[in-house]
Structure formats: structure tokens, C-alpha cells
Design a protein around this ligand. Structure first.
Ligand SMILES: C[S@@+](CC[C@H](N)C(=O)[O-])C[C@H]1O[C@@H](n2cnc3c(N)ncnc32)[C@H](O)[C@@H]1O
Length: 231
């Protein structure tokens, strides 16, 4: 497990990165890539969308072009403060400080769920993907963007030491283990030679249709507490 696949370390990392995040981010993950990926969610105006690991609100800005009903969740108050400055703390965007692996929302709360650039920090990504399935309505879509596994052995060793980088086969395993049966992957890159992003778009199965990696049906979790306010 990479050094940043740890919630406390990731929080500390973003305390410092938050100050320059919006300047550095576009070299790897730019507006054109984001907007293309948002198109795969097929959001209707008025849909409720949860943005997990919303950070400074880069993806949130794109989601707001499709619906006003955007909820943001992040574990870093430093990242969220940058987003408050863009959208207002008490404005239309609803902010929640919390953990991707234990979402403070009831079952079937959202029409769609988006998460970009955050999965690489989660110690238990399958737990988070199960949570995404739980809080998103059946038939809704869950979209997760993460770092694609590099090709060179040297870069693979470096990547593995830092955080989760994964290829399509590993994405298949994670989404199947979390009970999804229908999903597809897309690879994007901002410019030749830059790191690639892997995006998985999954459809949330109808209740009773969930299957884990061994093909056994997956039990639904009990409801989580309702909305928690940002702190
Ligand atoms: C690279 S930023 C991505 C921000 C934004 N989604 C974007 O596309 O620019 C990753 C974000 O994930 C958040 N994060 C990391 N681990 C998390 C966890 N377990 N629960 C919630 N947020 C987490 C970090 O605090 C950070 O703001």
C-alpha cells in the first residue's frame, strides 16, 4: 500500500497542496477531460449529484453546468475552504466533511455520483465503491476517475510506493467486488507523455441484482444516518 493510502496522511498532504492545487491540477486533469467525463454521467437538470473527494471544487464547477443540485464531500477542510471561496459555504452547493468509505447519507439519496482524483488515497476502495452503490439510486450512474497504472517498471515501482494506480483489470475487480455488474472504462490523457486517467462509469444495479466477484448476490447495507452538516 502506498504512503498516501492513509486518511491522516492524505489530510496532511492536502493541508499543503490545497494552496497550489488549482495551479498544478490542469497539467494532469484539465477542463476538457473533466467535461468529457461529465458527459458520460448523462446528468439531467435537477438531478441530485454527489461529488466525493470534491476538493477545491474543480469538478463541482463542471457538474454545476448540468444541475444546481450538487453535494460535495471531502475529508480535508483546507481543500473545502478553497471551494467555499468559489461557491459560498452556505450557497446552493451543499458541503459535507466526511470519509468516502463511510458516507453520511441514507440509501438511494442521489441520482448520480461523481468522484475524481480521490480513490488513489482510500485505504479500502471497495468499501467506498459499496457506499457509492448504496447512496445512489438503482439505475443511476457512479463515475470514478483515478490514475491509470503506468507502463514502465520504474514508474510502476514509484507509483506503488505513493498511492493506488490501477489498470482496467484491477478496476474490474474492484467494481465487481463492490457489487456492480455493468460498467465501462475510459482512458484520458492531457498531452502525450503526461499521466493517464482511468475513468470507470458504472450503472447502479436494481436491488437484488448486485453480485460480488464470485457471482454471489450482495447484501444491501442498512441505512446510514441522514445528511450531516459541514463542520
Ligand atoms: C486530487 S483531489 C481531487 C479534487 C477534485 N475532485 C478534482 O477533480 O479536482 C483529491 C481529494 O480527495 C480528498 N480525499 C482523499 N481521501 C479522502 C477520503 N477518504 N474521503 C473523502 N475525501 C478524500 C482529498 O482531501 C482531496 O481534496
Amino acid at each position: 500500500m502506498g504512503i498516501l493510502e492513509n486518511k491522516a496522511r492524505a489530510r496532511l498532504f492536502y493541508k499543503y497542496l490545497s494552496t497550489v492545487y488549482d495551479t498544478i491540477n490542469p497539467f494532469i486533469w484539465n477542463e476538457a477531460m473533466r467535461d468529457r467525463a461529465i458527459g458520460w454521467l448523462d446528468i439531467d437538470s435537477g438531478d441530485q449529484v454527489l461529488d466525493v473527494g470534491s476538493g477545491t471544487g474543480f469538478a463541482t464547477e463542471g457538474l454545476l453546468q448540468h444541475t444546481d443540485e450538487v453535494y460535495c464531500l471531502d475529508q480535508s477542510i483546507h481543500q473545502m475552504e478553497k471551494a467555499f471561496a468559489k461557491f459560498g459555504k452556505q450557497g446552493g452547493v451543499r458541503f459535507h466533511r466526511g470519509d468516502a468509505e463511510r458516507l453520511p447519507f441514507a440509501d438511494n439519496s442521489f441520482d448520480h455520483l461523481w468522484s475524481s482524483g480521490s480513490i488513489e488515497y482510500w485505504p479500502n476502495p471497495v468499501d467506498a465503491l459499496e457506499e457509492f452503490r448504496r447512496v445512489t439510486k438503482p439505475g443511476g450512474r457512479v463515475l470514478v476517475v483515478g490514475p491509470d497504472y503506468p507502463n514502465s517498471i520504474v514508474m510502476q515501482k514509484l507509483a506503488d510506493a505513493i498511492m493506488l494506480f490501477y489498470d482496467e483489470a484491477e478496476a474490474d475487480q474492484m467494481f465487481e467486488a463492490a457489487g456492480y455488474t455493468e460498467f465501462e472504462h475510459h482512458i484520458q490523457q492531457s498531452s502525450p507523455g503526461s499521466p493517464k486517467a482511468i475513468t470507470t462509469v458504472a450503472t447502479v444495479p436494481e436491488a437484488g441484482d448486485e453480485r460480488n466477484a464470485t457471482g454471489e448476490s450482495v447484501e444491501q447495507k442498512t441505512a446510514a444516518p441522514g445528511d450531516a452538516a459541514a463542520d
